[in-house]
Design a protein. Structure first.
Length: 166
């Protein structure tokens, strides 16, 4: 596709249904030093966009996805330790029962809940809803507040069922 057609297509896209989602200045122009070269658009980066809650939640969603990979290894260790016998399971309990282990499990719980709520937010967007500026911000805030609140509730209920902090 020629460069001019590409630019015109971008202008047409910014005037359609998702015009509110497009930045005011979608592309930065590269400065050219030679007279015969064509100015090519640069991909916008963090210098162009002001940080927004939805942007930060997108980044956190990706980070929690990576954290869930590590957390799944912990779940696998737990299952292998349970199948391997009492000594292996005692080692797992000792590590996860330490302060560091509990912080890791708390973080894993938060990452799991946050990633799940972020997935629900994306499902709402996939259905075509929640694209208004206030709706986007509300969904992002609800994801953050909901993940922290549900994590705290889950841990408090879990400790109450176990008889308190040991």
């Amino acid at each position: 596709m020629p460069f001019k057609a590409f630019c015109e297509r971008g202008v047409a896209a910014r005037s359609g249904r998702f015009a509110a989602l497009m930045p005011e200045h979608p592309m930065a122009e590269a400065k050219t030093s030679s007279p015969g070269s064509v100015a090519r658009p640069l991909s916008p980066h963090l210098q162009i966009y002001r940080p927004m809650l939805t942007m930060m939640m997108s980044i956190v969603h990706r980070i929690t996805g990576g954290a869930l990979f590590v957390g799944t290894a912990i779940v696998a260790w737990w299952l292998i330790a349970a199948a391997s016998g009492p000594n292996a399971y005692a080692t797992f309990e000792w590590v996860m029962g330490s302060i560091i282990g509990k912080l890791v499990l708390f973080g894993y719980t938060w990452a799991l809940i946050h990633h799940m709520l972020g997935g629900i937010r994306h499902l709402i967007w996939d259905m075509g809803a929640g694209f208004g500026p206030q709706e986007r911000e509300w969904l992002a805030a609800a994801t953050l507040v909901g993940s922290v609140g549900l994590t705290l509730i889950l841990w408090v209920v879990g400790y109450m069922m176990l008889g308190g902090v040991r």
